[in-house]
Design a protein around this ligand. Structure first.
Ligand SMILES: Nc1ncnc2c1ncn2[C@@H]1O[C@H](COP(=O)(O)OP(=O)(O)O)[C@@H](O)[C@H]1O
Ligand SMILES: [Mg+2]
Length: 301
């Protein structure tokens, strides 16, 4: 039996619908980030229309590269001739580090609590794309905001409709890891979901956990298209390649891939455009391939 077959026997579909099996695996992997305050029964609602193509980057595991890919895809799609806005919907407020934009300016957190306009928050990112930061808020403000988002499922759709985006634009949304109010808000407006994972067993195991979280958002009339992106694939590491194979078998189709590239790491350290740094690297082809997939996706909302 190959490694990927053994992994699938451990985590695969054949045992995934056995509740006891899921619990046993979750216990094995320790605590999967899951916000108790997240809406238990998030139903799709009639939100205002967001005419732009909306791409949500989500993951169960932290540190898998959501913000890095949001940055690279923002730059990449803009270079492909799209008009892109990248939105940080993560209270960790890390996206400004990636883009090197002004962190002293207010972001959506405080502005929303003060009932201000999001359209005044746009800053210029790489290749001419626009960036909207989350901004700094304190714990109390974050709790207030999350309570609001929990009780108003159309919160994000309403804020986005006031941004005046048009159907020729692409909005990329960076979200916090795990099951939380930001995840569900982003999913409620998404045309395309990029589920970011690492080529490892912990991420493979979380696919089962993700299915029920995605399910309510896939029931609407125009459900988003979901792509798995395996980030940090190492061609020189047989285990990394076996894990990509395991994802392929679990999904029934090949996932998108982005190779591990130290130039991407360095770009973050210097707040440089990752696509400038990886121009001659494998990761550049990977980002361009995802850009082509995103360009070919239709707006569903
Ligand atoms: N393809 C890649 N190659 C090398 N380093 C990467 C790659 N993708 C992400 N990283 C690095 O991984 C770390 C975590 O990425 P980040 O985007 O902050 O994760 P997340 O937003 O999911 O928490 C960063 O140091 C980033 O530079
Ligand atoms: Mg991040």
């Amino acid at each position: 039996m190959s490694l990927s077959e053994e992994l699938l026997a451990l985590f695969g579909k054949d045992v995934s619908h056995d509740a006891q099996g899921i619990n046993a695996r979750m216990h094995f992997f320790g605590s999967v980030p899951a916000d108790e305050s997240a809406p238990a029964d998030s139903q799709p609602v009639d939100n205002p229309t967001v005419p732009a193509k909306v791409v949500a980057l989500v993951s169960i595991n932290g540190g898998v590269g959501r913000s890095t890919l949001a940055t690279a895809l923002g730059s990449g799609l803009q270079r492909h001739g799209e008009s892109v806005v990248v939105l940080d919907l993560d209270p960790q407020n890390a996206l400004h580090h990636h883009f090197g934009v002004n962190s002293a300016l207010p972001g959506i957190g405080r502005t929303s609590l003060e009932h201000g306009q999001w359209r005044d928050l746009q800053q210029v990112g790489f290749a001419g794309c626009q960036v909207i930061t989350f901004g700094d808020i304190d714990i109390q403000q974050q709790e207030n905001l999350e309570r609001w988002l929990k009780h108003e499922p159309g919160w994000l759709a309403q804020r986005l409709s006031s941004l005046g985006l048009n159907e020729r634009q692409t909005l990329i949304i960076d979200t916090p890891a795990g099951n939380n109010v930001y995840f569900h808000q982003a999913l409620s407006v998404a045309d395309v979901v990029l589920l970011v994972v690492h080529p490892d067993a912990a991420c493979l195991a979380t696919l089962d956990h993700l299915d029920p979280l995605l399910a309510p958002h896939l029931e609407g009339e125009r459900p988003p298209v979901v792509h798995v992106v395996v980030n940090q694939v190492d061609e020189s590491d047989a285990f990394s390649l076996d894990m990509v194979d395991a994802f392929k078998r679990r999904l029934g189709r090949a996932p998108l891939e982005v190779h591990r590239d130290m130039a991407i790491n360095e770009a973050l350290a210097f707040a440089a455009d990752p696509l400038d740094n990886v121009a001659k690297h494998l990761a550049s082809d990977d980002i361009n391939e995802i850009c082509r997939v995103l360009k070919a996706s239709k707006n569903t909302v």
